[in-house]
Design a protein around this ligand. Structure first.
Ligand code: BDR
Ligand code: CA
Length: 310
């Protein structure tokens, strides 16, 4: 199985991504590292454990990482995810422990202990933990097989400001470190995730599984959807973060371009914008596989089939 570390700020869509990974035998989740983002760190590191227990996998090591972005004050998104970060259904308090090790130390130690190219990182939130690890231990860059992340936007521009997507906007300095690291990157921007829309039929398919996990996923997406339908006027809500895990399982669901992507870190107006050279006009070397399209029916078929296993 492919070894992965999920770096996350759950978040309902993060939660579904974690479930998808835990349900998939092709993937071995070495650990889940939590970061401040959608809600503050104490909640994201609690929510990750709530999700592992829901999946029946309390053995999954969960680590708490950075509680604020590298340079900027933390911006959270309770207006999207609710006060707990996982509003929509009340689940039991986690009984499984949070690991004592800091998430950044876990990342560094794990990557150093394994042969180069054995671990894929899956960031689903602001890139603070990953950038801190790369800054503290530059030698780990050569150890990472690939980073497949949710963040940024090009044609879809922004969701938290007119110019920027939330994960990149919250910690643009961290994003810049990751995008300039030379590590192979696959990016799932809003251009892709806004095609991963929940519809009534897709949510009912989760609920009709008749399992506690199916019920939780339906309840989360219902909650999440209320916000997005009002904001975008679209049929349903985008399930952003599961796109990262789905890519590892079925890359053919996605299409994109290998291009140069730079991060805006100076202008307040466009802070955290992913300046993606889609038309290759800059002459700058490509640093990311920037996705633009998704087979949404195939994505939901995969997701529902996997959630049904839990
Ligand atoms: C991203 O921001 C968060 O609210 C979601 O969990 C996702 O990772 C989308 O912009
Ligand atoms: Ca997230």
């Amino acid at each position: 199985a492919r070894k992965i570390i999920i770096d996350t700020d759950p978040g309902q869509d993060d939660a579904v991504a974690i479930l998808l990974a835990l349900a998939s035998p092709e993937l071995e989740v070495l650990g889940i590292t939590c970061v401040a983002g959608n809600v503050p760190l104490p909640l994201t590191s609690k929510n990750a454990r709530v999700v592992c227990e829901l999946a029946g996998r309390p053995d999954t090591p969960v680590f708490a990482g950075c509680e604020r972005p590298l340079e900027r004050p933390l911006v959270t998104a309770e207006h999207v995810h609710g006060k707990t970060g996982l509003d929509g259904i009340t689940l039991p308090e986690p009984g499984m422990p949070l690991q004592d090790t800091h998430a950044v130390d876990f990342l560094i130690e794990t990557l150093r202990s394994l042969p180069p190219g054995s671990v894929t990182l899956c960031p689903l939130g602001p890139l603070t933990n990953i950038a801190t690890a790369l800054t503290r231990a530059p030698d780990i860059a050569g150890k990472i097989a690939e980073i497949v992340l949710m963040g940024g936007a090009y044609f879809e521009v922004g969701n938290v400001t007119p110019a920027a997507e939330f994960n990149i906007h919250v910690d643009p300095q961290a994003a810049e470190i990751v995008f300039r690291s030379g590590i192979p990157l696959v990016v799932m921007p809003l251009d892709v995730t806004h095609k991963a829309l929940t519809t009534r039929a897709r949510v009912e398919a989760f609920r009709n599984l008749g399992t506690p996990v199916g019920h939780a996923v339906a309840s989360w997406t219902d909650f999440f959807e209320r916000f997005d339908m009002a904001k975008y006027g679209s049929e349903g809500a985008p399930l952003h973060d599961p796109c990262v895990i789905a890519y590892l399982l079925k890359p053919d669901l996605f299409a994109g371009r290998h291009i140069n992507v730079e991060i805006e870190t100076v202008s307040e107006l466009t802070m955290g914008m992913t300046v993606a050279d889609w038309w290759r006009v800059s002459g700058r070397a490509p640093n990311a596989m920037f996705m633009g399209d998704l087979d949404a029916d195939g994505f939901y078929a995969l997701l529902t089939e996997r959630i049904a296993r839990l």
